[in-house]
Structure formats: structure tokens, C-alpha cells
Write a protein that binds this ligand. Structure first.
Ligand SMILES: Nc1ncnc2c1ncn2[C@@H]1O[C@H](COP(=O)(O)OP(=O)(O)O)[C@@H](O)[C@H]1O
Ligand SMILES: [Mg+2]
Length: 411
């Protein structure tokens, strides 16, 4: 069979390479052309999808403010695709176009932060960029690139406390967003309060189960929800830009087409050897799946509350009576709780999400236990009218069971 002709990966559009692309709403213009022109003057040529990313990042509403200025720019892309390169060149262009622009660029690990600084200070020394640079400060912990027009980029690692307590910042770049708790993000965002048109960029690879990835995951879930609503024809308003690139959830790890799917820079910018080296350096297949192929654990069958086999094996042919069965589940991180009820009426089975508690989980569990104990007019507690309550999630299941017993619900 003759080889199928392929379009050069570098010429693919963002919408073609992205697994998820959720644009902010209300876009009327974009700051991209000026940035693109400045990049060209610096000798940078972006691939099609990178240009699309820049156009979306700098999209503006009628107010002239960045359309993603409130919800932020959230980017989930695996290693070696060109995150640092693309965002770095855009930030340099912004620094040159807007005098006195202040940028903080953080990573979780010092090593990553140092690598980024090294790469961008190398960029700053290029013949076409150097004339714009006043100073490069290499002092550890205070790495900074200062532009002649007063703009500057400060680099540092969140693990050493960098990013907290800043003021007067216009752009925040949080690399390794998979390791960024809500608290750490809350510490960083106020730095931009005084800025007229701030940008907050979170970028990273899918989080490991041990990572404090809730800030990243929450935004991803929001984006996917928005995408579903929009697909269902609902009018949605989005304050954020969400971009995710990744291979299929069940990708064969040795399949180079899947690498190409996850990484639009492969093979023309990131060669096969670099991918193989990366794979060798990662601890195991799961790490490679996340960091090398951009696959979220959440999308894999193992992440499903009920594995497919158990689900099909448990199916019954005959409808049961109409009494509801309840299920309570806790998120892997233990910070969220969900309650669902299933009822069967005639031939139909209904599954309903009843209540999800985001806030104080302990209070939520107490009121949930009380809800199960609540009596109807006939004096029957709710749990008595149910087929059972299944509780999943090792983190809090024992505590909830205890609360239920206290309410007189047998366990
Ligand atoms: N438009 C481009 N022009 C030149 N080099 C690029 C371009 N896009 C990506 N690259 C190169 O691809 C490689 C991976 O990019 P990098 O920014 O380090 O990836 P990441 O931050 O996603 O790990 C680097 O060698 C980078 O210089
Ligand atoms: Mg990088």
C-alpha cells in the first residue's frame, strides 16, 4: 500500500490538533497580529497551531480587555511540544510592545524554573532580540530579564515560595500547573489586581494522583462542562480559554501516530530521539501517558467510579421495584462529594445526581446523614424507603458511615 499523503504537522490548525478547545466568549478582536509581527522581527515563526493559540490567548472583548482575562488561560499539553517556546516568544513580544509590563513566570520545581530561565535568557541573547534587552540577572532566586523599555520577566520556583506577595504584575505564567493547589493560586492571583488588562496562564501536563492538581483539574472540568453545554446548543458564556492536546485515553504507548496526535511538534521540531529519551527518563508507563502523551487519568477506564466489567456484570434484566438506591462518592483528592440516586420505573432506570458538595465537606456529610434520617409524613425515615446506600471513597467513607450510624441508619 502506498503511504498515505500527510499534511505537514506544522501546518495544522489549533482546532485540528486540540482534543479540547474552549474559547472565551464575546471575542471581537485579538492582540495577536502585533505580537506575531514582533515575533517575526525576532526571527520566530510559529506553527499554525501555535499562532492559533496566540490568537486565542490574546483575544479581546468589546471592552478591549482580554477575553480570558477573568477565567484565565489554561493549557494542558505534554512535554516537548513547545509550551515554553510558544508562550515565551509571545511574552517577549508583549514585553517589547508594552513598556513597563511586569511578568512573573513560576514553575513548581526549581529545576524546571531554571531550565525555563536558561532557555529564555538564551532567546534574549539572539541577535534580533538582544537590542531590546537591558539586563539579564542570573542570581539564583532572583533571575530576571529586564527590557530597555522597563518591562521585565521574573523567574522563580513555587516550591521555594516564589510567586507570593507580588504586586503590580500584569502577566502570571504558572508552569507545571499540575502541581498548584488552590491556595498557591490564590496567593499568586492578587499580584495582578492593579493591572489594567491582566493575563493569567496556567500550563502543565495532566496531574498525577499524588499531585495537588485541584486548581488545574477544576478548570478542566469547567471547560469540558462548557463544551458539552455548547455542543447541546445551549448559550454559554466562557471567561476562560482552555486548550488540551493529548493522545487517545487508551493509546498504545508504542504507537507513533498517537505521539503525533499528542505532539504537533513531532517529528518536524521534536525528533523521535527526543521522545524516546523523554520516555526513558520518565518513571513508568503512567508517567509517560501523562507527561509524554498528555492523557488525563480522569479519561481512562481505571478512573471510572464503576469499572465497565463490574457495571455490565451487575446488570439485571428484570426491573426492580421503584425504591431508590443511593450512591455517595468522594473525589480521589477527598475534597468533593457527590450523591446520586437510581430508581427504576417500569422499563426505565433513572440516575440522578442529587447533591454535590464543594465547600465544607464535614458539614456536608453531617447534613447528608441528617437527610437520610429525615422522616416523611408517615414517620418513615428516608433510608427506610431505599434499596440501600453505597458509599465509595476510602478517604471519607468511614466518617460518613459513622455519622449515618449516629442518625440511626444501620450500616
Ligand atoms: N515555532 C517554533 N520554532 C522553533 N522551534 C520550536 C518552535 N516550536 C517548538 N520549537 C522547539 O520544540 C522544542 C520543544 O519545545 P519546548 O518549548 O521546550 O517544549 P515544552 O515546554 O512543551 O516541553 C524546543 O526545542 C523548541 O525550541
Ligand atoms: Mg517547558
Amino acid at each position: 500500500m502506498p503511504p498515505t499523503p500527510r499534511t505537514k504537522t506544522g501546518t495544522k490548525k489549533l482546532s485540528e490538533v486540540a482534543k479540547h478547545l474552549v474559547l472565551p466568549s464575546g471575542i471581537v478582536s485579538t492582540g495577536w497580529p502585533a505580537v506575531r509581527d514582533q515575533c517575526r522581527k525576532m526571527g520566530v515563526r510559529h506553527d499554525e497551531w501555535q499562532a492559533g493559540l496566540g490568537r486565542a490567548m490574546l483575544a479581546k472583548r468589546a471592552s478591549g480587555l482580554y477575553a480570558a482575562g477573568i477565567g484565565g488561560i489554561i493549557i494542558s499539553i505534554c512535554r516537548q511540544v513547545g509550551k515554553t517556546f510558544t508562550i515565551g516568544s509571545i511574552i517577549f513580544a508583549l514585553c517589547i510592545i508594552f513598556p513597563k509590563l511586569t511578568v512573573i513566570w513560576t514553575a513548581h520545581h526549581s529545576r524546571t524554573s531554571n531550565e525555563t530561565f536558561e532557555s529564555l535568557q538564551g532567546f534574549a541573547q539572539k541577535r534580533k532580540v538582544a537590542p531590546h534587552i537591558r539586563q539579564i540577572r542570573r542570581v539564583n532566586g532572583q533571575q530576571q530579564i529586564t527590557f530597555k523599555n522597563g518591562s521585565r520577566i521574573m523567574f522563580g520556583a513555587r516550591e521555594s515560595g516564589f510567586g507570593r506577595g507580588f504586586a503590580g504584575v500584569d502577566v502570571v505564567v504558572a508552569d507545571e500547573a499540575q502541581i498548584l493547589g488552590n491556595k498557591a493560586l490564590e496567593d499568586m492571583v492578587p499580584a495582578t489586581n492593579a493591572s489594567k488588562n491582566p493575563l493569567i496562564i496556567l500550563m502543565g501536563t495532566p496531574p498525577r494522583p499524588v499531585d495537588p492538581g485541584e486548581a488545574f483539574r477544576t478548570r478542566r472540568n469547567e471547560a469540558i462542562e462548557l463544551k458539552k453545554l455548547a455542543a447541546a446548543g445551549e448559550d454559554t458564556e466562557s471567561d476562560m480559554l482552555y486548550v488540551e492536546l493529548g493522545a487517545d485515553p487508551d493509546a498504545d504507548l508504542d504507537d507513533w501516530d498517537q505521539v503525533a496526535k499528542a505532539n504537533p511538534s513531532y517529528p518536524h521540531r521534536t525528533p523521535r530521539e527526543a521522545i524516546l529519551r523523554n520516555r526513558k527518563n520518565l518513571a513508568d508507563d503512567d508517567s509517560y501517558r501523562r507527561e509524554g502523551l498528555g492523557i488525563w487519568d480522569d479519561d481512562r477506564d481505571t478512573a471510572k467510579g464503576i469499572p465497565t466489567k463490574l457495571w455490565t456484570d451487575s446488570a439485571v434484566d428484570e426491573p426492580l421495584d421503584g425504591a431508590p438506591a443511593y450512591g455517595v462518592s468522594f473525589s480521589a483528592s477527598g475534597v468533593r462529594m457527590a450523591l446520586a440516586a437510581a430508581t427504576v420505573e417500569g422499563e426505565w432506570a433513572f440516575l440522578e445526581q442529587l447533591d454535590a458538595d464543594e465547600g465544607a465537606l464535614e458539614d456536608g456529610m453531617k447534613s447528608l446523614a441528617a437527610w437520610f434520617a429525615k422522616k416523611d409524613e408517615a414517620g418513615h425515615a428516608r433510608w427506610r424507603r431505599s434499596r440501600g446506600i453505597a458509599i465509595a471513597g476510602s478517604a471519607h467513607a468511614p466518617a460518613l458511615k459513622q455519622l449515618l450510624r449516629q442518625q440511626g441508619v444501620p450500616g
